[in-house]
Write a protein that binds this ligand. Structure first.
Ligand code: RP5
Length: 286
């Protein structure tokens, strides 16, 4: 497993998602907090939805002193895990600081938590087949892997069907829940069928390979709030288990399909990077 020490790019995208807010532009050589930049003046933005205090977001605060007392950074804070997979992060004037550097925007943006926001990404794969035989790629001569991809409703980008870890929830439970909710529409299934799907996912998800654990270059990241994830690969070698499931988009997904894994496929956040790790581990086409 590899920790991404990336130069974040999507976290510096000019227009902040679901808004007309423009980030203060950060060139590559000024991303690192160690590089002095006296004129750095990030835009302050927290999405209006967060100010209505949804249950999945941190509570409001009057000043930074109060924020620091309300939340326990770099620790397990009740049920909320505020520790980062990247190690101990800095807290400057009461605010946690993005471990991958400047983003041109301060505040929480669209993210519910100050500091790390933990997600889990289930990468469900099978070999591409035609007429019962594995398909090999013309260029690499290697077999082609496919993964279950969703088209995100918020930005129409294709992605791994990941989601946020609920407070107190184990990552293994999030992986199953998100896969069920987003790709099998298990929320709308009748009880008996939902049980069957649950059992299938349970058995497939018993043996997974850790692909990645760390920071995600997510377009919603800010100087004070960022995404982190655990990505796990669940592989159906024969194609007889998940291959038979009736994929149906649900919850945050606009569409769902089996997608070939290849370098050219552009995906949400750091998801292309995670799939590259899977292709390498399985000696598949990339
Ligand atoms: C990404 O955001 C993670 O890799 C995960 O796929 C996703 C979780 O956020 P939501 O899909 O719940 O918005 O950074």
């Amino acid at each position: 497993m590899e920790i991404l020490k990336c130069l974040h790019v999507k976290a510096r995208g000019e227009v902040y998602p679901c808004s007309e807010i423009r980030r203060f532009l950060v060139p590559d050589d000024k991303v690192d907090w160690e590089v002095p930049w006296t004129n750095y003046n990030p835009v302050d933005y927290t999405a209006p939805a967060l100010l209505k205090q949804p249950p999945w977001a941190d509570p409001p605060y009057r000043d930074e002193g109060e924020l620091n007392k309300l939340l326990k950074f770099n620790q397990l804070d009740g049920d909320v895990d505020r520790r980062s997979y990247t190690g101990k992060y800095q807290v400057i004037n009461g605010f946690p600081r993005n471990p991958c550097g400047r983003t041109g925007l301060k505040g929480r943006g669209l993210l519910g938590r100050w500091g790390p926001n933990h997600a889990a990404d289930p990468i469900v794969t099978r070999w591409k087949k035609e007429g019962g035989k594995r398909v090999t790629h013309n260029c690499s001569g290697k077999p082609v892997l496919q993964f279950v991809a969703i088209c995100r409703r918020d930005n129409k980008e294709w992605a791994i069907p990941g989601g946020m870890v609920d407070p107190g929830e184990k990552v293994s439970a999030t992986l199953r829940r998100e896969f069920g909710e987003e790709t099998l529409d298990s929320l709308s299934l009748p009880e008996a069928e939902r049980q069957k799907v649950k059992e299938l996912i349970s058995s497939l998800f018993q043996a997974g390979e850790m692909v990645y654990k760390g920071y995600v270059d997510d377009p919603r990241n800010t100087d004070n709030a960022w995404m982190e994830t655990v990505a796990m690969n669940f592989h159906d070698e024969t194609g007889d288990s998940v291959g038979k499931l009736n994929l149906q988009a649900g919850d945050d997904a606009g569409a769902v399909k089996w997608m070939d894994i290849e370098e050219q496929q552009k995906l949400y956040a750091s998801h292309t990077h995670f799939l590259h790790q899977v292709a390498k581990a399985k000696n598949a086409h990339w």
